[in-house]
Design a protein around this ligand. Sequence first.
Ligand code: GRF
Length: 196
Amino acid sequence: MKRVAILISGGGSNMLALLDDMASGDHPARPVCVISNDPGAGGLARAAERGLAVDAVDHRDYRGDRPAFEAELTRRLEAYQPDILCLAGFMRILTEGFVARWEGRMLNIHPSLLPKYRGLHTHARAIEAGDEEGGCSVHEVTSELDGGPVLGQARVPIVPDDTPDALAARVLSAEHQLYPAVLRRFAAGDRTPVLL
Ligand code: GRF
């Protein structure tokens, strides 16, 4: 049984989708903690309501000193001895040192069909480019931002007069299907991409 730590920065809807799926009997992993870089992140209260151990390391306390922030984050994480880290709406860019420490066992969900639209404002960029499809990707985290091996993708049609917010909402519900499916396979040692 793999031990999973989830890192969040906000409301945590992807985190909840992972928890729901791991709560079903035949899952090869179980959650051990939810940690945020923002003590006020709404997702922490939602995880605590589910009986999960929660914690926060406020990145603002480190005044931009990423290695010091990450050293404390790693110290907190190691207390739970996770086998897998899931970034779920975790909005801090991680240093090469942190990535090297967890490489091969750290996943992230990104709201675009990678390698298209790394970074921010993915839905507006897809609409502006006249794409017919948007979507989301789960990838392994490497030192290249949003650049690691893709382990799953879900495609979402872009409709006429679409708006970034409307597309984001449809993609978010696709994320809630994709991320649990990828984690279930990854925790079983299978890196075959999930395509939805
Ligand atoms: C998601 O769209 C995810 O792809 C992006 O941040 C958003 C987080 O949403 N990285 P939530 O906090 O999981 O609801």
